[in-house]
Ligand binder design. Structure first.
Ligand code: GDP
Ligand code: MG
Length: 178
């Protein structure tokens, strides 16, 4: 099978671990070691090929997570997660992306921007506070970055598979030789 390594990055508390665990183990975790970087693997079929996806669920002491130098080796794509009910986490997406490209020494890397916690945004309704990030804002940012965009809820298992598929599509577009 084809081996692909991706990383999940973003601000603290946006749901990186919840999304990863929901994707790999199909359940929602209320809390997950916030400061430990965890590696997961998942087998899947994409197109007509079997894939082994290695997922690095990053963590940081800082306001956002970066990837350990060791975990950077062979990295093919990143999911940058923000919370759609936390504008600060949205506003650092750009910076996080720049830092990763810097770490990798690359101009570009296949990316999907994931707007998580949409279940909470829906609860807030239309009388939403300025902390709330709309779908249009998220999509515009992703477009500027040349990235895919998915809205998700790790809690309700919405958009989780789609985020991975979007990333794989971008990744395989660049890297077709297997
Ligand atoms: P991380 O620091 O980015 O890895 O964030 P976690 O995955 O640890 O999640 C932080 C908090 O947000 C935890 O209390 C999760 O249960 C909660 N959480 C994560 N995803 C969702 C979601 O989609 N909806 C809701 N309502 N809560 C979420
Ligand atoms: Mg975490």
């Amino acid at each position: 099978s084809r081996h692909r390594k991706i990383a999940v990055v973003g601000a603290r508390n946006v749901g990186k671990s919840s999304l990863t665990v929901q994707y790999v183990e199909s359940h929602f975790v209320e809390s997950y070691y916030p400061t430990i970087e965890n590696q997961f693997t998942k087998q899947l079929v994409f197109g007509k090929a079997n894939y082994t996806l290695e997922i690095c669920d990053t963590a940081g002491q800082d306001e956002f997570s970066l990837i350990n130098t060791k975990s950077l080796i062979g990295l093919k794509g990143v999911a940058i997660v923000y919370s759609c009910v936390n504008r600060a986490s949205f506003e650092i997406v750009n910076l996080i992306r720049d830092k990763i490209l810097d770490q990798l020494g690359l101009e570009n890397i296949p990316t999907v921007v994931v707007a998580n916690k949409i279940d909470l945004r829906e609860n807030l309704g239309s009388a939403s506070s300025s902390a709330v990030v709309s779908k249009a804002e998220g999509a515009a940012l992703a477009k500027r970055l040349g990235a895919g965009f998915v809205e998700s809820s790790a809690k309700l298992n919405v958009g989780v598979n789609d985020a991975v598929l979007q990333l794989l599509k971008r990744l395989e577009g660049q890297d077709l030789e297997g």
